[in-house]
Design a binder for this molecule. Structure first.
Ligand code: KE4
Length: 422
């Protein structure tokens, strides 16, 4: 009896692909999805009763671990007061205040309901504030399924785009410019050609959607200077890195202050939340104080605000450096185990995130990430999952450690890696 398989067959009849987000099918690694019944701490439990150590952690939100007592207690209390009012409520101020106090680049913040909604709104704001229409993003960076960002490099000049998916008209991506991550020369060239028309640079300050790719020395500083020199805005998509790489996000970790910051994942504590924030003069351009329109029925609902608030309050008491060190130790030991099997591995790690690329060459951008051996990753993923270690079902995602993982989980993870056969 395979309950997950049965549920997957049922789901496929009424939900496209049987999932509410494509990566969850696990088709990229030749596996079927596990249907999860419950989770607690660093563990998830499948409908078939299997316990697995979770390094997906809902793709980042669960940095405290699943069912953190303080978060769940706060949610239970909030539930009995109502789930959504469609009117201002105190928890919105409480969470907004924590975000503003934590992030150097955020004087004001608007809540939305997903990372996609955050980046979509931030793009409209950047265009409205600057009066310009073009936007520059980086190959391999993902900013949610916003039409102008679903663009692929066109032929010839790398900067001109074609739609990355059906349903996005050419004219929607004609204002999107593409460069390679960590390539300041390409960015300079693009600005020299289009500089007066570029509203914003959108960048993941540490990129988590091609596997983890870190900014090279001077890259973020260079983007900051180019944005300033040409009157464009610098937008940090911190949906993954916000409150993950440090309590002050990547902007605090790297010491670069963006004009707008996009958030999601951790600030919702597992409930649907996104946010975008920035300098006051920019944020006051947003309706109703400004004329750039954005709205949302469930934005700022008390339940999600409560989960986010309690998560951040708890994070204020946690030792990020200790978790960073433990994550580095785990990742380096995994790399060592694989190399002892004759498997070339590149490790990219930052704070509590890491990616093992099955490649002999360093991974510094999307092109080098794509050179990694996905067949080796597939073998690794499936044999680790069979041994109760739940990794992201793609070689272009990250592993997320948490404050709930401990020596027992890390040792079990290493033991499982030792038994993988390639
Ligand atoms: P959501 O709309 O999925 O909440 O956020 C979109 C988004 C925006 N920016 C960054 C940097 C992101 O990583 C994401 C979403 N991340 C993916 C995984 N890397 C979510 C998983 C999924 O699509 O199911």
């Amino acid at each position: 009896m395979n309950i997950s398989r049965e549920l997957f067959e049922q789901a496929k009849k009424i939900i496209p692909g049987g999932v509410n987000s494509p990566v969850r099918t696990c088709s990229g690694v030749g596996a079927e999805p596990l249907f999860i019944a419950r989770a607690g701490g660093p563990y998830i439990y499948s409908e078939d009763g299997h316990e697995l150590i979770d390094y997906v952690m809902s793709w980042g939100p669960m940095i405290l671990g699943h069912c953190h007592p303080a978060v769940n207690r706060a949610l239970h209390d909030s539930l009995d007061r109502g789930t959504s009012f469609g009117a201002p409520c105190r928890p919105e101020i409480d969470l907004a205040r924590l975000i503003v106090e934590a992030l150097p680049g955020v004087d004001m913040v608007r809540m939305v309901n997903s990372g996609t909604e955050a980046t979509m709104s931030a793009l409209r704001l950047a265009r409205g504030f600057t009066g310009r229409s073009m936007v520059l993003k980086f190959n391999g960076c993902y900013h949610g399924h916003v039409d102008p960002f679903l663009a692929s490099a066109g032929s010839g000049a790398a900067t001109l785009c074609i739609p990355g998916t059906p349903g996005v008209p050419q004219e929607v991506v004609s204002g999107t410019l593409l460069a390679d991550y960590n390539s300041l020369d390409q960015v300079k060239e693009i600005f020299e050609k289009h500089g007066q028309d570029i509203a914003a640079i959108f960048v993941e300050p540490a990129a988590g959607n091609m596997g983890l790719v870190l900014p090279e020395q001077g890259f973020l500083e260079g983007l900051r200077k180019l944005a300033d020199d040409f009157g464009a805005l610098l937008v940090f998509d911190e949906v993954i890195t916000g409150f993950r790489v440090s309590y002050s996000g990547a902007q605090g970790y790297y010491g670069i202050v963006p004009d707008i910051t996009c958030l999601g994942k951790i600030i919702g504590g597992g409930l649907p939340v996104g946010a975008y924030g920035g300098k006051r003069i920019i944020m006051e351009k947003i309706a109703p104080c400004g004329d750039v329109y954005q709205a949302g029925t469930l934005s700022g609902n008390p339940l999600a605000m409560t989960a986010g608030y309690q998560t951040l309050k708890t994070l204020q008491t946690m030792d990020y450096l200790a978790l960073e060190n433990k994550t580095a130790e785990l990742a380096q030991n995994l790399k060592k185990i694989l190399e002892e099997k004759g498997i070339p591995v590149q490790l990219n790690a930052l704070a509590s995130i890491f990616t093992l690329f099955f490649s002999a060459d360093p991974v510094t951008d999307f092109a080098s990430a794509k050179k990694s051996d996905q067949n080796l990753f597939k073998k690794f993923y499936n044999q680790m999952r069979q041994q109760g270690i739940y990794l992201a079902p793609s070689g272009f995602e990250c592993a997320f450690n948490s404050f709930a993982h401990g020596p027992g989980e890390w040792e079990k993870t290493l033991e499982a890696a030792r038994k993988v056969r390639f």
